[in-house]
Design a protein around this ligand. Sequence first.
Ligand code: ADP
Length: 377
Amino acid sequence: MWHNVWSMVHLKGFATRNNLLEHRRLLSLINSMADGVIAVDEHSRVALYNASALNLLDLNTDIQNQPLVDVVKIYDKAKVEIDLQKLIDSAKTPVSSRDYLLHYNDSSEANLYLSIAPVHLGYGQAGQRGYVLVLRDITKEKSLEEEKDEFISVVSHELRTPVTIAEGSVSNVEFILDKTGDISDLKEALKQAHVQLIFLSELINDLATLSRAERGRLIVDVTAINAHDIIDGLVKSYEPEVKAKGLQLNTDIDPHLEVLYSSELYVKEILQNFITNALKYTSKGQITICAKQIKDGIEFQVSDTGIGISKSDQDKIFQKFYRSEDYRTRETKGTGLGLYVTKKLADLINAKITLDSELNKGSTFKISIPNIKKLQS
Ligand code: ADP
C-alpha cells in the first residue's frame, strides 16, 4: 500500500538519481514514524501522508490531493469545530497545541497533539510552499494529567482543613500559656490538634499504600494463614474502641476452617478497613465478624447495624476519594481512600468483594479469599 501512496507523491526536483535515492530515504523515514504526518501544498491539498496519519484519522482511503479541511476535522473542548484553514494560514512559524480533539464515527474521541510547520516542498529548490502537520494521539497522557491534577487538588483540599485546625489549636495553647497560665483549657486545644494529626497520619498512610499499589510495587508474600488467629488479634485490638462507643463486637467463625494460603498482611489490612468503617458508621448495635470455609479458600464477612449505604452510593464507594454525601458520613473524618485501597489489595490476592447494605439498617462487606497456592498449581 505504501508503495502506491508514495509513488503518487508529486514533488518537484527529483530528476537526478541521487535525488531519487534521497526521496526514497525520506519516504521510508516518514513511514516508520509513529506520529501521523501530513504535508499539504500551498492550496492546502494533501501532498504526502503516512500510515499513522490514516490510522489516527480512522481512514482507509487514499487522501492524496484531497483538501486537508475535508480530511482532518478537529474540535475544541466545547466540541466546536476549529477552522483548520485559518490555523494553517496563520502559521508563519511552527505552531503546536495539545488541546484539540478528534471525533470518530462511533462517537468516541481522541485528544490530539497537532503541530503545523511552514515548509518548502520544493526539496532544496525554490519551489512550492506548503505545510507539514504532525498529529499524535495523546489521550492516555491527557487522562493521566487530568487524574494527577484532580489528585493534587483533592489531596491539598483534604490536607488544608486538618492542618489549619491543628495549627490553630497549637497557637491557642501558646496563647493560653502566655496570657492566662490556666492549663484547664489546654486539654481541649491539644485534643483537637491530636485528632487532626491522627487524621493526617491516616491520610498519609493511605496515600503511601495507594501509591505503592498504583505503581504495582506491592509484593504478595504468600504464607499459611490461620484465620482464627487473625480474627482473635483483630478483636483484641478493636475491643477498647468498640466498648468506648457502647457497641458489641461478635464473631461467628466456622470451627473447621482450613489453613488459608494468601498474604497475611493484605488480608489483615482489608479486614481492618472493613472493621474501622463499621465502627465509624455505626452508633448503636453491633459489629459481627464471620469466617466460613468456601471451596477455594475462606469467606470473611464484616457486618454492622450502622447508617447503611444507599443503592446509588454502593456503586461509588470503591472509587478514589469517594465519600457519601450523607450528613452522618460527613460527621466523621475520612479520606475516601480506604475502600479504594482495599479493592486494590483484594485484586492483588485475587479476592472478590461483595457488598450488601440497606440505608439506616446496616452493611455487610464480604470478601472471598482464594488459596493462592491452589490457584497457581
Ligand atoms: P472513608 O471512610 O475514609 O470516608 P472509605 O473509602 O473507607 O473512606 O469509604 C468510602 C465511603 O463509603 C465512606 O465515606 C462512607 O460513605 C461509605 N462506607 C464505607 N463503609 C461503610 C459502612 N460500614 N457503613 C456505612 N457507610 C460506609
